[in-house]
Design a protein around this ligand. Structure first.
Ligand SMILES: Cc1cc2nc3c(=O)[nH]c(=O)nc-3n(C[C@H](O)[C@H](O)[C@H](O)COP(=O)(O)OP(=O)(O)OC[C@H]3O[C@@H](n4cnc5c(N)ncnc54)[C@H](O)[C@@H]3O)c2cc1C
Length: 501
């Protein structure tokens, strides 16, 4: 963050590096942190909108004689600007009880469990635990699936209520069910959507067809939910039994993950770094967003997706600050951050087949089937694609950008995924390769945005049928020439296609 980079007009001097195409004309000076501190303090007494929560159990009253309240942190890994933690603290304050926060660390044995993702997660949690310490709140790192470790922890510590956050994805939903089954019946289990601005269940009770069908619903209630946040304050009631100390260095060292996919240089984990990235976006890049967001050579995007993905920064905070700044880029940016992003939670929540061709609309499944036997000009294996060994330098460059920097430019993500459909033997294979690569290398991967991004590009989700073409049928097509009309492709290739690729 602190590094000043030369403006990227001098393409000849650019070399592939682990730093993204960002222009930091200004070092983050922390004005934003100062400003939000004041904003939160001013809203200390603010009411909590109960539509943000729902009870997962019949019991709604905190257990009498309990020794604390627990926030089981999962998707939203931050302290401030977190409605789930705000609610948990208020419950604890009402009953004059200590507040606890826990996180259940699960590391699946998978090629998607990389050091890149888990170091970002753990280092972010280390910052969370340090901040909680200053607030007099205990942080517990539990190891294992929540269903196995959380109910016992709640009983052992005599906790009287469990608050958690919301994710529409399969695995966390299963965790929720597992915990619900084993939690003592007299403990209320409360879920707060701390990730979306308009809670997923409030935005729409059903699967939405496209951005145009959810936009009006979100905008209708946006002013109710796009509010300031009250401060999570120093907790006055401390626990007598403290948490087990976490040795963060050991935790990192002992991770059973794929270390060949390493950390990125540019994206520092944690809320502080996320806020610094937001500050630099507001100061430097926001004004370019409206005109240059589709140019992969320009530094016009927020670059915030990794922090939003891990919940280290709140999308609501981002929206508030961008709205405050205003300008012509604010509206198109908020369309992406709010409407497009919340549409992806809607898709995954209401469509259990969110990551398979069977989850596509009927017209899309039919058109893909009708064109299954169309002749493919090139067919590549997953391995060739992973190593960026195709005939197309732009595609190879985009793949290299994702592998080396942990993030591909948003415009290229579409081109990249659509070419995988063109170059593999079936849509099912294309989707599974696209998801595998995106989720393995993108720091913001394994997120509803990624599932929908790939489903959109390959299976026409949230899109409409277009003219028939070989292979793509009615799925929207993108070609190299089209990219050349949009931006300086040669410049991108020069930067991201090293000779030894
Ligand atoms: C094939 C494909 C795969 C994708 N995979 C992911 C992924 O794994 N994770 C991910 O977060 N996004 C994904 N996207 C969506 C989008 O490309 C990224 O959110 C964006 O590039 C992130 O960069 P940024 O934060 O600089 O974006 P900005 O343009 O600055 O946008 C700010 C925020 O708005 C949201 N946003 C922007 N565009 C979209 C969109 N099209 N759909 C939903 N939300 C959006 C994101 O939260 C993003 O961080 C994918 C898109 C495609 C086509």
């Amino acid at each position: 963050m602190s590094q000043k980079r030369k403006a990227t007009t001098d393409a000849g001097a650019e070399k592939p590096s682990k730093k993204p195409n960002l222009t930091f004309e200004k070092k983050a000076d922390g004005w934003l942190q100062e400003q939000v501190l004041q904003q939160r303090a001013a809203k200390k007494e603010m009411k909590f909108n109960k539509k943000r929560l729902r009870f997962l159990t019949d019991t709604q009253k905190l257990k009498q004689g309990a020794e604390g309240v627990l926030y089981w942190m999962n998707r939203d890994q931050r302290i401030q600007d977190n409605w789930a933690l705000i609610h948990a603290q208020r419950l604890a304050l009402k009953e004059a009880l200590p507040l606890h926060v826990c996180f259940c660390l699960v590391v699946p044995k998978s090629k998607l469990s990389t050091y890149r993702h888990f170091s970002f997660l753990l280092k972010g949690l280390e910052e969370v635990s340090q901040e909680l310490k200053t607030l007099g709140v205990e942080f517990h790192l539990l190891h294992g699936p929540p269903g196995d470790v959380l109910p016992g922890f709640v009983s052992d510590r005599s906790l009287g209520a469990v608050v958690t956050d919301f994710s529409p994805l399969r695995e966390p939903l299963q965790w929720l069910e597992d915990v619900k089954k084993k939690l003592p019946k007299d403990i209320p289990f409360i879920q707060v959507d701390a990730h979306n601005i308009v809670p997923c269940w409030e935005a729409s009770p059903k699967l939405e067809y496209a951005a145009r069908t959810i936009r009006g619903k979100i905008n209708k209630v946006l002013s109710e939910f796009l509010t300031e946040f009250p401060l999570v304050e120093k907790h006055p009631h401390t626990a007598t039994r403290t948490a087990k100390q976490v040795d963060w260095v050991k935790e990192l060292e002992s991770l059973q993950v794929d270390k060949t996919v390493g950390e990125t240089e540019w994206a520092k984990p944690g809320t502080k770094a996320g806020m610094a990235m937001l500050e630099s976006f507001i100061d430097v890049r926001l004004k370019l967003f409206a005109a240059q967001r589709n140019d992969p050579n320009a530094a016009a995007l927020s670059q915030l997706s990794p922090w939003i993905r891990f919940g280290q920064i709140s999308a609501q905070r981002v929206a508030l600050q961008v709205k405050k700044k205003g300008g012509e880029s604010a509206a198109p940016f908020i369309e992406e951050l709010v409407v497009r992003r919340e549409l992806t939670d809607n898709f995954c929540y209401y469509n259990k087949k969110y990551d398979s061709v069977e989850g596509a609309y009927e017209w899309a499944q039919k058109t893909l089937k009708d064109h299954a036997k169309d002749k493919r000009p090139y067919v590549y294996t997953r391995d060739q694609l992973e190593k960026a060994k195709t005939h197309d330098k732009l595609w190879n460059g985009a793949q290299f950008q994702m592998v080396s920097e942990g993030k591909m430019h948003g415009f290229l993500r579409m081109y990249w995924a659509k070419k995988i459909l063109e170059w593999t033997s079936s849509p099912g294979e294309a989707l599974s390769i696209a998801l595998y690569l995106n989720d393995r290398y993108s720091l913001d991967g394994q997120d509803p945005n990624g599932f929908v991004g790939c489903m959109w590009s390959i299976c026409g989700i949230h899109d409409q049928g277009w003219a028939e073409r070989p292979i793509f049928g009615k799925i929207r097509y993108m070609n190299y020439k089209g990219c050349q009309r949009k931006f300086d492709v040669a410049r991108f290739e020069k930067k991201y296609c090293p000779k030894d690729l």
